[in-house]
Design a protein around this ligand. Structure first.
Ligand code: I3P
Length: 123
């Protein structure tokens, strides 16, 4: 992925992430602490430290991400026994859960991602 033209909307932070479906197919849940960065139209996930993540934002850098265009973001109490869980569902059937023990942290990410998704609807 080429990230250099993307504007970073919300700087990185460690959140717990679990991908629970890919292409509509349910996956075994595996929570991992992931460095998450919100850009203009996508959410980027990094397994490494903050510094490596920043280095990887350069062209040719490696990351995993989710295109937020057409995505749905919602709070969920059904998909996990954990508290403070948000779910992101993409039009191609990928489902991710993001969670943080600190409610204001995840709430901030929910609001920022929702704002981004809403802004992309116009394009
Ligand atoms: C899962 C693990 C997850 C749990 C999930 C379990 O077991 O305990 O933490 O999700 O619950 O299946 P395993 O490690 O054996 O795969 P939560 O922590 O989000 O509840 P689930 O099957 O109800 O999703």
């Amino acid at each position: 992925m080429f990230h250099s033209m993307l504007q970073t909307l919300l700087k990185g932070e460690y959140l717990n992430k679990a991908k629970i479906a890919e292409g509509g197919k349910k996956l075994r849940k595996n929570w991992t602490a992931t460095w998450v960065v919100l850009c203009s139209n996508q959410l980027l996930f990094f397994k490494e430290s903050k510094q490596e993540a920043v280095a990887n934002l350069k062209p040719g850098g490696k990351s995993d991400g989710v295109d937020l265009c057409g995505a749905v973001i919602e709070w969920t109490t059904e998909k996990s026994s954990r508290k403070n869980v948000i779910q992101i569902t993409t039009p191609n059937g990928h489902e991710f859960l993001l969670q943080a023990d600190h409610f204001p942290t995840i709430s901030k990410w929910h609001d920022a991602i929702k704002k981004t998704v809403d802004s992309l609807v116009m394009f």
